[in-house]
Design a protein around this ligand. Structure first.
Ligand code: GAR
Length: 220
């Protein structure tokens, strides 16, 4: 069974979705550890309650990004994970760190990349007046919020939306697509070819990719 390590900085609801999928028998992975760069990350308690080993590495205790990243990598590598899963890990990662985990480091971002990299994605989507917003799971490359896309989920932006309502609609999709993407990885159904993700033939059907997501959005 593939081993994963999850990195968080806060609430950890995406991490929770991964744990729930594992517990429901829908995600055949061993969650070897959860690591946070913040001591007060609520997700640490959730992970501990699920009997997953937790670690906290304070980025403020290190002189620079490289020093922190190298301690973080040391901690991760002790678990020998097949995949490192960023789940609301709010740190920019150094090139060396990203290269070390090339092809086995994934992230979820609350926008349809390449639109709205960075912070405040929902507010910016509202300000731009886009009609479709969403989230993206992607392999991490040195460029921030960039890299080969694994799966995306789209949601409509409604006239009455504010940042909170839009964020909540997107988050519901995050909780569906992140376990799905990790499962595809665990089952060997993802390959990287020339910087693009290829999915196993049965997944590449438009119906398999799009319909469940739209149906699950709860919006007709
Ligand atoms: C999620 O919306 C995730 O997409 C976002 O932070 C939130 C974490 O929530 N990540 C990023 O913005 C990374 N660029 P969670 O802690 O409840 O999973």
């Amino acid at each position: 069974m593939k081993k994963i390590v999850i990195l968080i900085s806060g609430r950890g609801s995406n991490m929770e979705a991964l744990i729930a999928a594992r517990d429901a028998g829908n995600l055949p992975v061993n969650i070897a550890a959860v690591i946070s760069n913040r001591p007060d990350a609520a997700g640490l308690e959730t992970a501990a309650r699920a009997s997953i080993p937790t670690h906290f590495i304070n980025h403020k205790a290190f002189a620079g990004r490289e020093a922190f990243d190298s301690r973080l990598a040391q901690c991760i590598d002790e678990f020998e994970p097949d995949l490192v899963v960023l789940a609301g890990f709010m740190r920019i990662l150094s090139d060396g760190f990203v290269r070390h985990y090339a092809g086995r480091l994934i992230n979820i971002h609350p926008s349809l990349l390449p639109s709205f990299p960075g912070l405040h994605t929902h507010q910016r989507a509202l300000e731009e007046g886009v009609r479709i917003h969403g989230c993206t799971v992607h392999f991490v490359t040195p460029a921030l919020d960039h890299g080969p896309v694994i799966v995306q989920a789209a949601v409509p932006v409604l006239d009455g939306d504010d940042e909170a309502s839009l964020a909540a609609r997107v988050l519901r999709q995050e909780h569906l697509v992140y376990p799905q993407a990790v499962r595809w990885f665990a089952e060997g159904k993802l390959t990287l070819e020339n910087g693009r993700v290829r999915l196993a033939a049965e997944l590449a059907e438009p119906a398999a990719l799009v319909s469940p997501v739209l149906a699950a959005s709860g919006i007709r």
